[in-house]
Design a protein around this ligand. Structure first.
Ligand code: PMT
Length: 401
């Protein structure tokens, strides 16, 4: 996550989860943001302003009438400086004030004055959260476009178990990033495949490839940030599920076939970045194969071609984007795959290009389109290439609608 050049105004209100805002401050600053912390008086009962001053590098502001300030009206200058205005944790009290426009302390006055997108992460006792009054207030704020980070369920500090725990820091970070991102994929359903498949030979061994999943996960993460409803069908990888993404784990090509084909109809866009095994061992031994002094030959059989099946079943208006990984005749082979598999777009990358393909954080590609156009994209971060692929698919979508 890169928040360089962004100012985040983080408001901490009075609940036991206030201490978790320290981690949030530290992660925001680590991502390059300037973090300006505001606290309610009651928040200072749970954590001191000094904690936030050390972590943010700025004075934490508590009282509207503090005389020890620079010559700007602080609640107005911070309201204007904010790229995103975050309240985490948000108590039932600040939520009620926000819903009704009450401005009686530094947090509520600055909130009323800001025009920045607002992210609210509620945290409170279950009874307070479930109270219809709080529900109505949250609904009012949602209706005004506030990004709400739903609280988690679990054991609360008061001893009750239920909904009301402050959401995980990564979820709050995702909501902040989303608030800063144009939601140009909102209302679209997108399925991405990523990673390798593993084709079992026996309970111990399998055939696979070097895919790390980074390319497919980058596409899923960027699409979710841009507002799409994303399903990620993933082979075995060491990567964390990107925030806001529904992940379906598979191991073999046949499992990937079932997971993808059964969901295909509901998707507006399908992007196949996975490195799928073309072959599997003809038989999978029930027990570990023992070595002998003889040579061993393994008979292989073809796996189903998922992309080709999707191309056959593609419904009108749906977009299909394949990948091609080659070591020779990249563009010729890619153009052939695009046509045979009825893709709208194909991303061709070469193992021979430094920094491209398997495992790297970067990739370079040529984008091929069904109308014969080609566009070469230089080496860049996989997240940037992901955005580039999504941008081109959005343009194609406008032309097929
Ligand atoms: O995961 P990373 O380490 O980040 O590496 C990224 C990547 C190199 C894996 C990725 O950029 C990439 O190129 N993915 C496709 C790799 C591949 O399998 O290419 P292919 O040319 O063999 O397959 C062509 C297309 O058909 C692919 O979209 C593939 O998903 C699909 N396919 C292939 C075989 C099969 N049985 N079913 C399929 O759907």
């Amino acid at each position: 996550m890169n928040l360089g050049g962004k100012t985040i105004v983080l408001c901490v209100t009075g609940g036991i989860a206030a201490y978790k805002a320290a981690d949030l401050t530290s992660k925001l600053r680590g991502a390059g943001a300037q973090v300006r912390v505001l606290m309610t008086e009651s928040a200072t009962q749970f954590i001191t302003p000094m904690t936030f001053e050390v972590l943010s590098g700025y004075r934490a502001v508590v009282d509207t009438f503090d005389r020890n300030f620079s010559w700007e009206v602080e609640h107005v200058s911070l309201a204007k400086a904010a790229d995103v205005f975050v309240i985490a944790p948000a108590t039932a009290n600040i939520i009620a004030k926000a819903a009704h426009g009450i401005a009686d302390d530094m947090v509520s006055t600055t909130l009323l004055a800001t025009r920045a997108p607002v992210v609210i992460a509620p945290a409170m006792n279950t009874g307070m959260y479930d109270n219809p009054v709080t529900g109505q207030n949250l609904e009012t704020l949602r209706g005004r476009g506030v990004h709400m980070v739903e609280p988690a369920c679990g054991r609360l500090a008061c001893g009750d178990t239920g909904r009301g725990k402050l959401a995980d820091t990564n979820e709050i970070l995702h909501a902040i990033e989303q608030a800063l991102t144009v939601q140009d994929l909102a209302d679209l359903s997108l399925l991405v495949t990523a990673g390798p498949t593993q084709e079992a030979l026996d309970p111990v061994r399998f055939l696979s490839n070097h895919s790390s999943g980074k390319m497919g996960y980058a596409i899923a993460a960027r699409a979710a940030l841009r507002g799409a409803k994303v399903t990620l069908v993933s082979g075995p990888t060491a990567l964390a599920t990107p925030a806001g993404v529904t992940r379906v784990d598979i191991t073999s090509a046949r499992e990937m076939f079932d997971a993808v084909v059964s969901r295909a109809d509901r998707q507006d866009i399908i992007i196949k970045a996975a490195a799928v095994g073309d072959y599997r061992p003809e038989t999978e031994a029930q027990d570990k194969l023992k070595k002998s002094n003889d040579e061993m030959n393994i008979a292989l059989t073809r796996n189903p071609d998922i992309l080709a099946e999707l191309g056959r079943k593609k419904r009108p208006g749906q977009l299909l984007c394949g990948f091609a990984m080659e070591t020779q005749n990249l563009l010729q082979n890619a153009a052939d795959k695009l046509r045979r598999k009825n893709c709208d777009m194909l991303v061709a990358n070469s193992l021979r290009e430094a920094g491209a393909g398997f495992q790297h954080d970067t990739n370079a590609a040529t984008l091929l389109f069904a109308d014969g156009r080609q566009e070469t994209v230089p080496l860049m971060q996989k997240e940037e290439l992901a955005d580039c692929i999504l941008d081109r698919l959005l343009v194609l979508r406008e032309s097929v609608q």
